[in-house]
Design a protein. Structure first.
Length: 240
């Protein structure tokens, strides 16, 4: 059995945070996704790139509320210089007229949800994880290799997702690692949506529902679990 565990060190920093989790099992590999479903995912991503403009009231990325809350959040733990929340990186591309493009169907789906709701969304391959996945402040030195880069272990005092083999995503939701990244052949996905703004609870719930519906509809996934993780409900099972 594998679990997702949010540690007390996380809740001490962000007591009102909410994390939407969708656990998808038995996803189709990319080569088995029907052409019409692949086309529908592509359309949804294109539409989401357009919808993202509604969240951008200022041409200065940091002055948009959906980004500002994350700039503030990143001040509360140790980060690598220049690290920014994933939604800031996506919205910055939209602002510059450089739409977020296709990667793999599962990643395209979670990027669609992220852009639509202006919330950070990520995903990891459950079968590539070693033991439970935990979110909390680390003592540093957790093994980590960013996608397409050299090894870059975590810093002391950094907030990250990690398992028994090292870090999975650094600086909370900044950079995914190569080891557990979703691929064209991933069958089990741990999908995460984070919110630090209590006023956006309804947006988080809608985004979580959309994420589950899309992986079920287009990738044929079985939804093993769907839950909003809070301080009062900090743990959930993600695999048998």
């Amino acid at each position: 059995m594998k679990q997702f565990v949010t540690e007390e060190s996380f809740w001490e920093l962000f007591p009102e945070a909410q994390i939407g989790i969708v656990v998808a099992h038995n996803m189709k590999p990319t080569e088995e996704v029907a052409p019409e479903d692949a086309a529908a995912i592509a359309r949804a991503l294109a539409e989401a790139n357009g919808k993202a403009d509604q969240h951008l009231e200022s041409n200065t990325i940091s002055q948009n509320e959906v980004v500002a809350v994350w700039r503030d959040a990143y001040q509360k733990f140790k980060t690598k210089k220049g690290a920014r929340c994933s939604i800031e990186n996506l919205l910055k591309r939209v602002l510059k007229g450089n739409p977020v493009g296709s990667i793999t169907p599962s990643v395209d789906i979670y990027n669609t949800v992220s852009l639509t709701h202006a919330l950070p969304v990520g995903g990891e391959d459950i079968d590539a994880m070693a033991g439970d996945i935990r979110l909390g402040i680390t003592e540093g030195g957790d093994a980590f290799r960013p996608l397409g880069e050299e090894d870059a272990p975590t810093l002391e005092g950094e907030l990250c997702y990690r398992d028994d083999a090292g870090a999975i995503c650094r600086c909370w939701n900044w950079r995914d690692g190569e080891r557990t990244a979703l691929t064209d052949d991933s069958k089990k996905a741990f999908l995460i949506i984070e919110s630090v703004d209590p006023a956006r609870a309804d947006d988080l719930a809608a985004a979580t529902d959309q994420l589950a519906a899309m992986v079920q509809q287009y990738l044929g996934a079985d939804i093993f679990a769907k839950q909003i993780v809070t301080r009062d409900n900090p743990t959930m099972v993600i695999d048998e």
